[in-house]
Design a protein around this ligand. Sequence first.
Ligand code: UD1
Length: 339
Amino acid sequence: MKSTNHVLVTGGAGYIGSHTVVELMEAGNKVTVVDNLERSEYKIIEGVEAITGTKIDFHKIDCLDSESLNQLFSQNKFSSVIHFAAFKSVNESVVKPLSYYKNNVGSLITLLDVMKVHQVKDLIFSSSCTVYGQPDHIPVDESAPFKKAESPYGSTKQVCEQILEEVAKEGFRVVSLRYFNPIGAHPSSLIGELPIGVPNNLVPYVTQTAAKVREKLTVFGDDYDTSDGSCVRDFIHVSDVASAHVKAIDYLNKQKENFYDAFNLGTGIGVSVLELVKKFIEVTGVNLNYSIGPRRSGDVEKVYADPKKIHHAFGWQTKYDLGQSLLHAWQWEKKLRNI
Ligand code: UD1
């Protein structure tokens, strides 16, 4: 059965956004994408078009531009919005906190204002496990309290969730999805992550080192209180993250007015940085130049999801394991570099 949803995806040319557009379209949803292309590239939209065989309704709009958003909402009857558009570099946020608050919090407020005018009530928000800081109990579930944010980036996610919980009381229906560590790329290698400059995140650094774009990977610390001393994270395939958004729309459609809830979006499996490096070498057969370095400031030792709540509420499960995720990340890197 064809869906009647018309979903507006902000930041739809970004890493998680583009994979979500694919999943939404494959599930029969009508999709409109806005992106300011400041940190993404139009070729990703072309990749989405190649995967889905459909022209994307794309608009180059910044989510701080309420006039353009208003116009778009006047021309379309959106049933829901998925708001990905945001800055996401922890390091950069420490140097430019104001621009993080302005962009991440400001764009959410602008979007909510426009949604309210046009009576679009359903919103899915990209949050992060960073809201938990170093949780007292692992796996962490959604009842864990927010700890003081380690960075302005983390703080913007906490503030946005708080805003959403408040505005839900005036009629919005909102789901926040707390992403753990999305990795990998679409199995077609037609879309994937496009890091800007030197990657901060682990997997793009691994694949760029394997592609000889970087000389060596540094594993930040092997003296943590974990099985092998390196940090532990919950790495999840980006297409699995994407498919959860499709389920989130169905879930919101079933709710009454005034709804807010947050869900962990992770695999539930803790993997150490060194385990990931070894798995990458095993599945790709590529040798990886790496060494142990000092800890990176602001890193939490160990965090992985308790995903029971999202399993139960959405009927969602992951499809890909760590090996497949790393293989897809490597295939995408090879495609980018013509290897
Ligand atoms: C953090 C946040 C996440 C946020 C993301 C945005 C936490 C737990 N997670 O992810 O919510 O969305 O930033 O960027 O706060 N590492 C190396 N060498 C490298 C790069 C990374 O050893 O060159 C290690 C890190 O020390 C860390 C792990 O790999 O232990 C994962 O790092 P990264 O990919 O940057 O993600 P997080 O910091 O976990």
